[in-house]
Write a protein that binds this ligand. Sequence first.
Ligand SMILES: [Zn+2]
Length: 99
Amino acid sequence: MSGPEPGGTTRATDPVGQCADFLQGIVYLLDNELAAADVSAVRTHLDSCNPCSETYDLQRRVKELVARSCAETAPDDLRLRVRMLCREISAERVVPPGS
Ligand SMILES: [Zn+2]
């Protein structure tokens, strides 16, 4: 039976865990749903963390692409399908009212 971890090891730097925390912040930042206090924290991390700044860049580009393709008029057929899909997804989340 081996104990958990020797308490002596320094685990102060846990970039992966830290980045996982910031990843959500990055998504919120892109959606402009991040509290002002957190914005600077995420921005500071982005400046010092290459992988996260790349992720931010990528997410932003994807968002721009989606926004652009949404701005274009989609064929009615496609629009209808997307709308139905959205309804399906939200229907799955919502508990149906009493039978
Ligand atoms: Zn990071």
